[in-house]
Write a protein that binds this ligand. Structure first.
Ligand code: MCA
Ligand code: AMP
Length: 504
């Protein structure tokens, strides 16, 4: 079975009246609703003369209908390209040009509409979908009567393109296939013991691997319900926790939960599993959470290009500070810079191979070649070591990347924008410890001719270009950047100097 949607459909509960989604305001959608809404959207999409392999961008708020839209794309063999809802017009322009979609579905308040971004870009259809699941997407459905069959796809066909940046600062579209997703979905579903009694609390965004694939796949393969919250809000999490068995989140979810006075036996009464990923979960935090709740958070490790790579076990020992062992059928090795495999205990580059590893970067074959070894392992850009039992510890990254609250921020992208601003000679963007987001983004700038730069004005300017989570939380003046003998900015020196700016 190659189409991921067909795999899901095969696992739906026999009784289709069972719940698939319950929303924050207690609206429910059954598996029957999923089937009919997905078919209805598939009919609408097919009336737009889209064919297999065409791209559908969606930049929409989180709603059950957004999930049905994604499922309809899978069903038709269309390639979904979900985009962060906080992207600005200039960020969106890049994606529109790079991906050349046949259709864009966006929120009515998106810059795509407000700034008329499709005006000069021809042959792109536009539909809207708002946070209530309403919009022009549904307007045209009434007079379409023909039924729509799932499109035949082979496992190697691309299901989704998700953007991830790089050291060049230009986002690259990672092409993730039906096989990547199906194999990984089956693996984590089994490894984490998902079963008919589970109810997932879903509070993640649905434009990334974590919320769209990892969480949703486990629900759909079990044919069970999820409580689907529009965003993370710690009071809502506490309110809904007693109704669920599993929560998946980034470390910030757990640090905020730990501070909540109502994290107690009542709120935890039905929970069997807390899962964390997308960013490092500090050992101390894991220990504090264990001490307070009796639950050892299961930490796992993944990437956009590889979906899930490694996980702490469900039933064996979960070792805090590690991301566990390679998942079944996935190989993880540690190497030197010239790809020689290192022994247990030795620190080096983390490389991965398996059916989970993506197909390539959209229209960027050179970049794809660079990221693989001669024998076909993907270079993650993460640095770590394996112990004798195969547990992986991530100690850092060779890539210049900041992970803030589970979102990736690429310094190069921000530096390029800052350096082009009037009055800035050069800049360096770094991540430093942040009590809530794990790492907080800060910028250090050298001004041109001692011009005065106002921090808040600079942030306003940056917000016009960048999604808010990328905008440095603090900006510092410096007379010159510390350079090494090669003329490269010594970011470690800067990180040491500004290490405690977010201390409370
Ligand atoms: C929001 N802001 C942030 C972040 N989120 N700034 C830095 N880092 C963030 N993560 C900005 C807001 O725009 C706002 O800016 C200000 O910070 C305060 O927002 P706040 O209300 O505190 O934030 P929030 O709305 O509560 O969001 C925090 C969050 C959210 C719940 C942690 O960022 C989140 O849902 N993160 C999950 C991301 C995720 O799903 N990552 C998975 C990637 P202003 O005040 O200026 O307006 S997939 C992946 O990494 C791999 C494959 C994997 O392994 O899973
Ligand atoms: P992304 O490019 O958004 O897919 O982010 C992938 C990156 O997130 C990985 O390369 C890691 O650097 C990081 N990451 C994901 N899970 C973990 C984890 N459990 N611990 C540490 N880093 C993680």
């Amino acid at each position: 079975m190659s189409n991921l949607y067909a795999l899901f459909e095969d696992r739906f509960p026999v009784d289709l009246t069972q719940n698939f989604i319950a929303t924050k305001d207690n609206k429910t959608y059954s598996y029957q609703d999923l089937l009919s809404s997905t078919s209805q959207i598939a009919k609408i999409l097919s009336s737009y003369k889209l064919s297999k392999g065409d791209r559908v961008i969606f930049q929409v708020k989180k709603s059950p209908e957004a999930i049905f839209l994604y499922l309809a794309c899978l069903k038709l063999g269309l390639i979904s390209v979900p985009l962060n809802t906080s992207y600005t017009a200039s960020e969106l322009s890049y994606f529109l040009d790079d991906i050349e979609p046949g259709l864009v579905v966006c929120d009515p308040a998106s810059p795509i509409i407000k700034e008329n971004l499709l005006h000069t870009r021809k042959n792109i259809s536009l539909l809207t979908l708002d946070k209530h699941g309403k919009g022009s997407l549904f307007k045209s459905s009434d007079n379409i009567s023909h039924p729509v069959q799932a499109t035949d796809v082979v496992g190697d066909d691309v299901a989704c393109i998700l953007y991830t940046s790089g050291t060049t600062g230009k986002p690259k579209g990672a092409m993730i296939t039906h096989e990547n997703l199906s194999s990984n979905a089956l693996t984590v579903h089994q490894s984490w013991g998902f079963n008919n009694d589970d109810v997932l609390l879903h509070a993640l965004p649905i434009f990334h691997v974590h919320g769209l694939f990892v969480a949703l796949n486990c629900v759909l393969l079990s044919g069970t319900p999820m409580i689907f919250l529009p965003e993370f809000n710690v009071d809502d999490i506490i309110k809904f926790l007693p109704r669920v068995t599993v929560l998946m989140g980034v470390p910030t979810f757990y640090s905020r939960l730990l501070l909540h006075s109502e994290l107690n036996d009542t709120s935890l009464k039905n929970i069997r599993l807390f899962i964390s990923g997308s960013a490092p979960l500090l050992k101390e935090m894991s220990d504090d959470f264990y001490a307070k709740t009796g639950h050892r958070i299961l930490e796992r490790y993944g990437m956009t290009e590889t979906v899930m790579i490694a996980s702490n076990p469900l039933n064996e020992e979960r070792i805090p500070g590690t991301v566990g062992q390679a998942l079944p059928n996935i190989a993880v090795r540690i190497t030197t810079d010239d790809d020689m495999t290192l022994e247990a205990g030795e620190t080096g580059n983390i490389q991965v191979s398996g059916p989970n590893v993506f197909k390539g970067y959209w229209r960027n074959p050179e970049k794809y070649q660079e990221e693989f070894t001669k024998d076909g392992f993907f270079k993650t850009g993460d640095v770590g070591f394996l112990d004798n039992k195969g547990y992986l510890t991530i100690v850092g990254r060779s890539k210049d990347l900041i992970i803030s609250g589970g979102y990736n921020v690429y310094p190069k992208e921000i530096e390029s924008i800052m350096n082009a601003l009037d009055g800035i000679h050069e800049s360096a963007v770094i991540g430093v410890p942040h009590p809530d987001f794990g790492e907080g983004v800060i910028a250090v700038v050298v001004k041109e001719n001692n011009k005065k730069i106002d921090e808040s004005n600079l942030k306003i300017l940056l917000k016009q270009e960048l999604a808010t989570y990328k905008v440095p939380k603090r900006i510092f003046d410096i007379s010159e950047l510390p350079l090494n003998v090669m003329g490269k900015v010594q970011k470690n020196t800067l990180r040491e100097r500004y290490n405690s700016v977010f201390d409370t």
